[in-house]
Design a protein. Structure first.
Length: 343
């Protein structure tokens, strides 16, 4: 069967070129000359017919400049083109790719088609670029109809030979071609000589219409606890109603220093309706509030366990929940795995 695939270029290392200021994004017109099979609509024509359309998110950005407005623009591009394509590929910088993948997973409710995010560690212009391999693999997942493989109706990251659930992924290397991993969740697929899908892990399609839920709160902070840290400044921000939510990256399985300021923080959050989304700093494992005496302080209504959620997914989910739902609904949504982001 023929697949129609939509490619959206947003910037990032994939399309970088050398300038006097260092690496900067280049135009899609420059990039596509290095991708003749896509430019000429002849990609995998030997096997099955597959057609491409492409668009550019203006302005193209280094991914360190991505923000919630950028996430909304990407999601709107998918929504507007949703009925005309079988799958979508988002070419994106690697630094914040896991944040964007997580954000899109929450924004796109009832997603029934692949949204495949990819990029590269070396630019497409580099003789040893990994960009061509990554894009080729992404085409297999987005253009699944042409290759006789099952649909992955999720936001996923395709990098090196791995297909990872987007909201379970983290960037783990600045230079290895295998730049991403999924610490607490197995790959959705392996793209080696044979393509192997973990069909038991892939989320099921549903019959609902795609719904875009686009808003994000800016009144959220990501706080990493460290030896000697006291939350005094955080308490002041909460009392002055500057913060609606905190991703609190605790020690181990949910532990905090046993100092009076943490009790004051909890009281301030309860008085001002501020949510603490508690997570662990450890890349593997989960938070278990109450396992140790030093975590019992978190057993309060204002605290929600993030279980084994990644830092990227925790932050984007908290921003998204606060941005779209009234206070009385936030706890239930945060405590549930709504897009497969938590075990």
């Amino acid at each position: 069967m023929q697949s129609n695939v939509f490619i959206l270029y947003t910037g990032g290392t994939f399309g970088m070129k050398e300038t006097t200021n260092g690496l900067e994004p280049s135009s899609w017109e420059e990039i596509i000359n290095y991708l003749p099979a896509i430019k000429n609509q002849s990609y995998f024509d030997f096997f099955n017919e597959i057609t491409f359309s492409y668009d550019v998110l203006e302005p193209v950005l280094d991914s360190s400049s991505m923000n919630p407005d950028s996430w909304k623009k990407i999601a709107k591009k998918i929504k507007v083109n949703y009925d005309n394509y079988d799958g979508f590929i988002i070419i994106h910088g690697t630094d914040t790719l896991a944040y964007t993948a997580s954000a899109l997973s929450f924004m796109l409710e009832n997603l029934n088609k692949p949204v495949v995010m990819t990029g590269s560690q070396l630019p497409i212009f580099h003789p040893r670029t990994d960009g061509i391999t990554n894009l080729s693999n992404a085409i297999y997942i987005a253009g699944y109809l042409s290759f006789g493989i099952n649909c992955i109706p999720e936001v996923c990251i395709c990098f090196n030979d791995d297909v990872l659930r987007g909201n379970r992924s983290v960037k783990t290397s600045t230079n290895d071609f295998e730049g991403f991993s999924s610490p607490n969740f197995e790959n959705l697929a392996y793209l080696e000589q044979n393509i192997t899908l973990n069909n038991n892990l892939i989320r099921h399609k549903n019959n609902g219409e795609l719904i875009l839920i686009p808003h994000f709160s800016e009144n959220v902070v990501n706080v990493t606890v460290f030896p000697g840290y006291t939350p005094s400044a955080l308490i002041d921000l909460i009392k002055n109603k500057k913060i609606d939510g905190i991703v609190l990256k605790t020690f181990g399985s949910g532990n905090l220093p046993e100092t009076p300021q943490w009790h004051e923080l909890i009281r301030a959050c309860e008085d001002n309706g501020t949510i603490i989304f508690a997570t662990t700093q450890c890349p593997n494992g989960k938070i278990e509030i109450g396992q140790y005496a030093s975590s019992k302080i978190l057993k309060h209504e204002c605290v929600i366990s993030g279980k084994d959620i990644t830092s990227e997914a925790a932050l984007t989910k908290l921003m998204w929940v606060i941005g779209n739902y009234p206070h009385q609904e936030r706890r239930d949504i945060l405590s549930q795995s709504i897009r497969g982001e938590m075990t």
